[in-house]
Design a protein around this ligand. Sequence first.
Ligand SMILES: Nc1ncnc2c1ncn2[C@@H]1O[C@H](COP(=O)(O)OP(=O)(O)O)[C@@H](O)[C@H]1O
Ligand SMILES: [Mg+2]
Length: 248
Amino acid sequence: MKVVALHNLKGGVGKTSAAVNLAREANRDGLPVLLWDLDAQGASTWILGSETGLSHKVGKLLAGKSPLGEQVRHTPWERFDLLPADMRLRELDRILEDKADGDKHLKRLIAPFSEEYALMILDCPPGLSTLAEQLIRAADRILVPTVPSPLSVQAFSRMLEHLQLKKRQRERVSPFFNLVDRRRRLHREWIGSPPESMGCMLQTWIPYASDVERMSLENRPLADLAPRSRANHAYRRLWQELKAKLEE
Ligand SMILES: Nc1ncnc2c1ncn2[C@@H]1O[C@H](COP(=O)(O)OP(=O)(O)O)[C@@H](O)[C@H]1O
Ligand SMILES: [Mg+2]
């Protein structure tokens, strides 16, 4: 099983939109997929038509004292399952910090799911935290949706500084541009030639498109909501590019 995290220290940059659409694209591609909504706000849980709230305490589940696998729910799409969010995930960092097995705890929690799924997607809350430090151990790829603006680029550099990654780890962090508006000069420049501090970016970028916003009104991924839209084609390309990286 491959594990892909959508992460950014900033909120509102497109983590959830990418998590849901990438999961659905992978699923359409024939992979059994599990999306874990780790953000207490529960946006991807909502889009996938489910309710937030787990039946056991998050602390116990994440400590491994109650089986996490029992919390998995089906979505309307076959072989596309969801581990829904819970308000108590606001304490995720403290819970992960308290664990005795250090920065590999998240990786251990995820491991049992590899029997059933070929891909697990983690929709992460914003922040630069214990979770971020554990992600680098747990995930094969960390995708970082980034708005083409100087402050977002700076935020990305700060994230890398904070994580103090080794070269091999750094290679598994892949930013990509989201909310691209080609009418804006900076956006056009940067999709052609991104700032050096972004390192090796994914080639695919996602345009600003109101179809993406409709996902949370109609509770469906773009592949089902607007299959022929520009944004859906972009997410499809993003999945193909990610898939090739995961196979490397
Ligand atoms: N490419 C896009 N075009 C238009 N709206 C977008 C796009 N990506 C995200 N959005 C909208 O921006 C808001 C934040 O996106 P979301 O994916 O929830 O970000 P995050 O998970 O990083 O907080 C949502 O209302 C979403 O619909
Ligand atoms: Mg989100």
